[in-house]
Ligand binder design. Structure first.
Ligand SMILES: [Fe+2]
Length: 314
């Protein structure tokens, strides 16, 4: 599943590519104008897309300038798109104004679509001083934009949207056990950020059932990326899993892959693997079993490892 967006009507599309790389679905998702969506979610039967009121100023855009601006009087809009439906089947919901950079998951409960993601409490940080790029960078400072884990309940029968903030903790880059993707989940794992920077200094585990949170904080100068969840072999529960992240230690110029027990995040890593080179922090991440990547031992390139092009290795 994917979406695209641009500056020409209808401004967004939704599509599906099947396992054989065939485009099997591609429909218009008409928006009121050019928007800046970043992420989507899905349930068993629906795709979830967003139309947030933070977008390029139309008057500046008409002059060829791309100036993002937040319109707090406009609602956050969320689209429920039947995965195999048509444009006319799209249902839009209006919610409290915000910008959502990343969704965490979505699932169906009766007539409701439940969506979790990060509600920015201040989508447009103060411009302050500094260069244009310094001003733009403030949009990536989580301690200015204040993203909080949030739940939207979209009722397809009534058309109503109910929402609740799940925590006062500022975090982003939320990940779940992907065996629950599109299905109800209990635990999410997100990154906490260093004020003023796009750097992640810890991991917070949120329990949606109890509201309980547990944390692990990295040492000063060590920053994480998104944390992937790897279910243990023979996993018997949602958090019977390992958490995997890659760190960037800027003081010692090295990177490590850290592995945590998802049930005992606060205890710290149970394994660490030094990487041959330091890699950037703040990247998205995922995890897959070796059995899902048939040539992973022989090929560094993704396409060859997945068997999409002939292997170059001996
Ligand atoms: Fe992203």
């Amino acid at each position: 599943m994917f979406f695209n967006y641009g500056t020409e009507a209808p401004f967004m599309h939704f599509g599906i590519v099947d396992k054989a790389d065939n485009l099997t679905q591609y429909i218009d998702v008409p928006l009121p104008g050019p928007r800046l969506p970043h992420d989507m979610a899905f349930t068993e039967n629906y795709a979830i897309l967003g139309d947030a009121p933070l977008f390029w100023m139309p008057e500046a855009l008409a002059a060829g300038k791309h100036v993002p601006h937040y319109y707090p009087d406009m609602p956050m809009r969320i689209a429920v798109v039947p995965r195999h439906g048509e444009t006319k089947d799209i249902v839009w919901f209006e919610a409290e104004s915000t910008y959502v950079l990343h969704w965490v998951n979505a699932y169906e409960v009766g007539s409701e679509i439940v969506v979790e993601g990060f509600f920015q409490t201040n989508p447009e940080p103060p411009k302050g001083n500094g260069t244009f790029y310094e001003q733009m960078f403030r949009y990536l400072d989580n301690n200015l934009t204040g993203p909080r884990l949030h739940r939207w309940r979209l009722d397809l029968n009534s058309g109503n949207c109910k929402e609740e903030r799940l925590t006062e903790t500022t975090s982003e880059f939320g990940m779940i056990n992907q065996a629950h993707a599109g299905l109800e989940h209990r635990y999410s794992y997100a990154a906490t950020a260093v004020p003023g920077w796009f750097l992640f200094n810890g991991i917070v585990k949120h329990d949606s059932l109890t509201g309980e949170e547990t944390r692990f904080n990295l040492p000063d100068g060590v920053y994480a990326s998104e944390t992937a969840v790897a279910p243990k072999t023979g996993s018997t529960s949602e958090d019977d899993a390992y958490l995997v992240t890659i760190t960037s230690d800027v003081r010692n110029d090295l990177s490590e892959c850290l592995v945590f027990d998802a049930k005992n995040l606060a205890d710290g890593p149970i394994a660490r693997v030094k990487l041959p080179e330091r890699v950037s922090s703040g990247t998205h991440a995922t995890w897959a079993r070796g059995s899902q990547i048939p040539n992973w031992l022989n090929d560094d390139g993704l396409d060859a490892a997945l068997g999409r092009i002939p292997s170059h290795s001996a």
